[in-house]
Ligand binder design. Structure first.
Ligand code: PEP
Ligand code: MG
Length: 878
């Protein structure tokens, strides 16, 4: 579909038009209409980008027509003209997608520059150096972005001139040198592209525009979108805006600021600037910038105006803003604003503070914090006592908080490779660039020698929730030799260092870390969230320790105890193997009797940790071969043979007999209990006896016995009967409040949920198996093709991480309707990995589940996601 209006002047848009105008375009429009000083410009919509790709990288003829119309308007507003020899118009051409993708796409500055215009600018500014500096920057950007010439090729020209003239810094380049550079660049341009550098500004504009659209599909943009779940369908807008210059002399400058501290959330103006600098100089981390307060000493009036704008922006957007500004001859311009990326720590503080400042409501505060970002707050932190005793190697800027301990690597490729081998790595660079994005993602922490708090490394690390220390200027980084030196210490690839992203300190060696706690603003926000949510949150825990952690994080019960994990412990595996190798019922019972006391002890521990809260205990689930060695483990077989007095041949035969082509669809779950009821009897007996024994000590045990892999009501009924019989035999009946329920993991169970719900007292979706069996993807092998599947957009996310709502979700919804039709109050939960995924939690709320269960560290995430779901539903109804 092609919309009619493809180009919007800034004054025609507003902030609600993000999808069409991109975030940058929508906010430039909003600021323009709020009366803030924004240079004039227009936005080419994201629809144009979508159509461009849909039509084989071609535009509708309407586009050029509308763009030319906008150019005319821009010329009349600014009183300048493209290519004019008295008052030439120069513009910036920037990308701007609906979701912020910092540094991932391309920008071209100073467009409109050509041989005639540069001469005019020399004349009008009386600043020849500035004019030629602007021209050479434009040729570099145009050559690199539009013609895909190597950036380093342009740097080589600069280095050659510097070398010839015995100078080191860019700022030492004289006008003559810059002029020579422009000439050399043009020669190289012609040599590499076969054409002269284009002199017509309109041609420059069209080609720059299309290059920005193409940058939507660069590898780094694709990777960034994948990591941040941004749809490739959205497309980017292109913003064309009158240039203002921060590099016209010492009364000009450029900066980036946040209305509050994006790292800690503190309500303090926070930013950085550079005088006599252009465009991306601050963000690129090439020169270390100054703190924004210092602008008060340099240009006090401009600083005052900036402080005033800070207040206006927060009042208007009611959120922390991240904005860019440029000062041209003491006049301030706003170049962009957006909701600032922040650490989870800052997000929580800002949300709670803003509620207290009456800027936002409690509901809004809860919605302000992205549930998945809480992961950062739930990571381990340095042990403060040991941290004090540790020797600091050096300090940099505390760019993104957290505690990172890992092996140093010096490039993104090594980071990725080592992380894939399971190593924890810290990516250490002079400065990072967008190419490093995947390596940064693979690292536990990032360390840079250069760059400020708004450098690429800092911004991206905060967005990823990664610990980052930037601007460690005492470090001498040698990326080629894979080492750095600092105050006499040499650190090489593979050496372990520790980073404290909250203080900016760097340590050699590993500093021990401790469990995080839920307190302060975090606890306040979570209590607000609990006030909104209706979904209960439980945890998947197999040990009293995990149960305890989850309870501290607010778990309201256990949604899944996987009992098989207990069978693997060294003290029991022998008896388990004895049971499997036993030739008859008697032999199996003898072996099971050895396991039973351990099982009872396990359950006593868990009931005590969860005192008063319900605990779902699942009966043995995996296929039995998982407990035996495999054919190749000759030594283990030998040992087993000696211990159990069974011949190695017999063991080999049992291994062979248990072999299955599809073990996950095989002899597992309730099928084991149907064939060997004595196994489940032992487990149930251990549960009831444990409950009775802890009750005697005043602990309230609430066991919920769960039968896995059920597909047929008869399987369920048979095993529920077994449970009730054991309850009578152990004396638990009437004494212990217990329930019996089923997992819904097999599509047949979902399709017959009404039959199951007549008998079962609770149900829990095992979405790991349900996804496997519904999509037909082996959960153990699908990794090989799911990454390309997601990249190609066949599934928007890995269905084992986030519920496939269209397929598996539909089945779940159907099962809930069937079950509630016969048993309206039946408790229905979810305990697959999806129980800790915010999107899936919201889905579970929408289809009316009673609870979600996830790993202990994800409990706060699920609590917040459940609150988001409830608030959004309420808002929708209004
Ligand atoms: C499931 O299948 O979703 C589940 C929780 O069980 P498991 O992962 O142990 O198979
Ligand atoms: Mg399962």
């Amino acid at each position: 579909m092609t919309a009619d209006k493809l180009v919007y002047m800034f004054e025609e848009g507003d902030r609600t038009m993000k999808v069409l105008l991109g975030g940058k375009g929508a906010n430039l429009a909003e600021m323009t209409n709020t009366g803030l000083p924004v240079p004039y410009g227009f936005t080419i919509t994201t629809q144009v980008c979508k159509d461009y790709y849909a039509n084989g990288q071609k535009h509708s003829p309407l586009l050029d027509e509308q763009m030319m119309h906008a150019v005319k308007k821009l010329e009349s507003k600014t009183g300048k003209k493209f290519g004019d020899t008295t008052n030439p118009l120069l513009v910036s051409v920037r990308s701007g997608a609906p979701a912020s993708m910092p540094g991932m796409m391309d920008t071209i500055l100073n467009l409109g520059m050509n041989d005639a215009v540069v001469a005019t600018i020399v004349e009008s500014t009386k600043n020849e150096r500035f004019a030629f500096d602007s021209y050479r920057r434009f040729i570099t950007m145009f050559g690199n972005v539009v013609m895909e010439m190597r950036h380093s090729a342009f740097e080589e020209i600069m280095d050659e001139i510097k070398h010839k003239n015995h100078i080191k810094l860019d700022t030492e380049m004289t006008t003559e040198m810059l002029k020579e550079m422009v000439e050399m660049q043009k020669v190289m341009y012609k040599k590499e592209t076969g054409e002269d550098f284009p002199q017509d500004p309109i041609e420059q504009l069209k080609r720059a525009r299309d290059a920005v659209f193409r940058s939507w599909m660069t590898d780094r943009a694709i990777v960034y979108r994948r990591l941040n779940h941004i749809s490739p369908e959205w497309g980017t807008a292109v913003n064309v805006q009158e240039m203002v210059f921060g590099n016209t002399g010492e009364d000009s400058g450029t900066g980036v600021a946040f209305t509050r501290n994006p790292s800690t959330g503190e309500n303090k103006f926070y930013g950085e600037f550079l005088m006599n600098a252009q465009g991306e100089d601050v963000v690129a981390g090439i020169r270390t910038p100054k703190k924004v307060e210092e602008l008060g000493n340099v240009l006090p009036k401009v600083y005052e105006q900036l402080v005033d704008i800070r207040a206006k922006l927060e009042e208007h957007y009611k959120d922390m803003q991240d904005f860019e500004f440029t000062i041209e001859h003491e006049k301030l311009y706003m170049l962009q604003t957006r909701n600032g990326k922040r650490t989870a720590h800052a997000a929580v503080k800002i949300a709670v503070d803003m509620e207290q400042e009456k800027l936002i409501t409690k509901e809004e505060a809860v919605l302000r914090v992205d549930p998945s970002s809480l992961d950062q707050l739930l990571h381990k932190q340095f042990d403060l006592k040991l941290l004090k005793e540790a020797k600091v190697l050096t300090s940099g800027l505390p760019a993104s908080p957290g505690a990172a301990v890992g092996k140093v690597v010096f490039n993104a490729a090594d980071a990725k490779m080592m992380a894939e081998k399971g190593e924890k790595v810290i990516l250490s660079r002079l400065e990072t660039s967008p190419e490093d994005i995947e390596g940064m993602h693979s690292s536990v922490g990032i360390l840079t020698a250069r760059g400020g708090m708004t450098s690429h490394a800092a911004v991206v690390a905060r967005g990823m929730g990664k610990c980052c220390v930037s601007g460690c200027d005492e470090l001498t980084m040698n990326e080629k030799e894979k080492m750095f030196t600092c105050n006499g210490t040499v650190v090489k690839e593979g050496d372990i260092i520790s980073l404290d992203g909250s203080t900016g300190k760097v340590y050699v060696g590993a500093i021990p870390v401790v469990e995080p706690t839920l307190s302060g603003d975090f606890a306040t926000l979570m209590s607000w969230a609990d006030g909104f949510r209706t979904l209960k949150v439980r945890t998947n825990a197999d040990t009293p320790k995990d149960a305890d952690i989850a309870r501290k994080f607010g778990a309201e019960g256990i949604g899944l105890v996987r009992t098989e994990h207990m069978f693997f412990e060294a003290t029991r595996i022998k008896a388990v193997r004895e049971m499997i190798l036993a030739k008859d019922l008697e032999g199996r019972k003898k072996a099971l009797a050895k396991i039973e006391p351990y099982q009872k002890e396990d359950f006593e521990g868990i009931f005590s940790a969860m005192n008063g809260l319900p605990v779902i205990i699942r009966m043995l689930d995996p296929p039995l071969h998982e407990f035996l060695p495999n054919h190749e483990q000759k030594k283990e077989i030998e040992e087993l043979s000696n211990e159990l007095k069974v011949t190695p041949k017999e063991i080999q035969e049992t291994i062979t007999s248990l072999h299955e082509f599809n073990p996950m669809l095989g002899f597992r779950g309730c099928r084991l209990a149907v064939v060997y009821p004595e196994i489940m009897e032992m487990q149930v007996r251990a549960i009831f006896n444990a409950a009775i024994s802890v009750s005697a000590k005043g602990v309230k045990a609430l066991p919920e016995i769960e039968i896995p892999i059920v597909g047929n009501i008869k399987e369920y009924s048979m095993l529920a009967d077994l449970t009730h019989r054991v309850a009578i035999e152990t004396g638990a009946k009437g004494k212990i409040h217990y329930t019996v329920g089923t997992m819904i993991e097999v599509p047949r169970a979902a399709l017959t949920a009404d039959l199951l719900a007549k008998n079962a007292e609770f149900m829990s979706f095992g979405t790991n198996d349900l996804t496997q069996m519904t999509c037909g993807f082996s959960r153990d092998d699908a990794g090989k093709f799911l990454v390309p599947y997601v990249e190609k957009g066949i599934y928007s996310r890995d269905p084992f991480q986030s519920i496939d709502q269209e397929g598996v979700g539909l089945l779940m919804k159907h099962a809930v309707t069937l079950a509630r039709g016969v048993n309206p109050n039946i408790d229905i939960g979810i305990c697959g990995e999806h129980g800790g995924d915010p999107e899936s939690v919201e889905f579970c709320h929408r289809i009316g589940l009673s609870n979600v269960s996830c790993s202990p560290y994800r409990v706060p995430i699920a609590r917040l996601a459940a609150a988001h779901a409830a608030i959004k539903e309420k808002q929708k109804k209004k």
